[in-house]
Design a protein around this ligand. Structure first.
Ligand code: NAD
Ligand code: GLY
Length: 359
């Protein structure tokens, strides 16, 4: 088992990475509270993993709540169901919520923990690759509003993260590949050597070879933990984690969240941001092709579809949460493994880069 610390002073916590963690009582024990425990999962993950988790928890004060699966349930009304359950169980401030599932369950259960009695403890038990390498680490919690994703939320750090890489064996192929886009992102923004490692271990990664998956998750979590420790509230460096996300988010919005999984849209977004970095003269040419080869080898998309206009994408960027004072903030590259915040790109340059990436 590997252990990565997220260093945040009195709110520091460990991310444990290993196989068979969900059913290992000794992994859970140090983090369990004196009070009531509520495990929150969904109807897809619960049949696979809930019993083994419940078996590790103390009888009599451990409870479960199984919610319907899906991003469209990441709402205030589902959050209300969690709060109602905590009230019904008479949970007090020493209670703890355990989030067992992907990023949807993690964000939702985390937000319930952040808001119930102004904040109770919670533990993340992420079961998707995306949640293990990204969503479960860093304390962003929340739900969607009908006007936008993650519009309601709070920063609330977990007490621990138990990332059982064994649980990834049941993850649908498309979800696994989408998570790989976020893994590649860490290489692009801060770790050239990790990018090369990914290029050299394609077969093992595609085949979900346990040692390689554990190593890939650990390296990604170390990167994320470092960024979060330096900038918990996204006042600066944490924004670099949004590499590929502005263009990706525009693609998701313009296709009504129906065409792409988040990671797939991020894959295309990273291509556009890399192409733009080259066009701006910040980055040597050839990096976009190299990134494209890696993404394609992992069956991730790399082209902006023709039917989605470049102008529409740039209109969408202007409405992005990350836009400040009317100035679009993009994450661009100074090199493979070196990202920066940029506010100097003109709309024409953005449009041209998107057009360059169209099929
Ligand atoms: P998800 O939670 O919807 O999970 C994807 C699908 O896989 C779901 O159907 C889920 O039930 C299923 N699943 C989960 N684990 C499984 C397993 N082990 N075996 C089989 N099926 C399994 O999606 P996600 O990609 O994990 O997370 C996306 C969410 O995370 C979004 O809501 C996004 O906003 C959020 N997110 C949050 C942060 C953050 O920092 N808090 C970062 C990135 C993304
Ligand atoms: N997923 C981006 C962040 O945690 O900041």
């Amino acid at each position: 088992m590997q252990r990565v610390e997220v260093e945040l002073g009195e709110r520091s916590y460990p991310v444990l990475i290993g196989s068979e963690l969900l059913g290992a009582e000794e992994a859970w024990r140090p983090f369990l509270p004196e009070g009531l425990i509520l495990v929150i999962s969904n109807d897809r993950v619960a049949p696979l993993y809930l019993e083994r988790v419940m078996d590790c928890l103390p009888d009599g004060r451990s409870h479960r709540l199984v919610l319907p699966d899906g991003e469209h349930h990441k709402t205030l009304s589902t959050w209300s169901r969690v709060i109602d359950e905590l009230v019904r169980l008479k949970a007090s401030r020493d209670a703890c919520v355990i989030a067992l599932g992907g990023g949807v369950i993690g964000d939702l259960a985390g937000f319930a923990a952040a808001s119930y009695m102004r904040g109770i403890a919670f533990i993340q038990a992420p079961t998707t690759l995306l949640a293990q390498v990204d969503a479960s680490v860093g304390g962003k919690t929340g739900v969607n509003h009908e006007q936008g994703k993650n519009l309601i939320g709070a920063f609330h750090q977990p007490r621990a993260v138990l990332a059982d890489v064994g649980s990834l064996t049941t993850l649908p192929e498309r979800e696994y590949r989408a998570g790989l886009a976020e893994v590649i992102k860490y290489g692009m923004i801060g770790d050239h050597a990790f990018f090369e490692w990914l290029e050299s271990n394609l077969a093992a990664i595609k085949g979900r070879e346990p040692g390689s998956v554990a190593s890939m998750v650990e390296t990604s979590v170390r990167s994320k933990a470092q960024v979060v420790a330096a900038d918990e509230r996204e006042a600066g460096a944490r924004a670099l984690l949004n590499f590929g996300h502005s263009f990706g988010h525009a693609l998701e919005t313009l296709t009504d969240y129906r065409q792409y999984l988040h990671g797939e849209a991020v894959a295309i977004g990273m291509i556009v941001a890399t192409r733009l970095s080259e066009a701006r003269g910040l980055l040597e040419t050839g990096v976009t092709e190299r990134l494209g080869r890696l993404l394609s080898a992992l069956d991730l998309p790399i082209e902006v579809p023709r039917e989605i206009g470049a102008e529409a994408i740039c209109d969408c960027l202007a409405l992005d949460k990350k836009t400040l004072g009317g100035q679009t903030r993009l994450i661009l590259l100074d090199g493979l493994g070196k990202a920066r915040v940029d506010t100097r790109t003109s709309r024409d340059e953005m449009v041209a880069a998107v057009q360059d990436c169209q099929s």
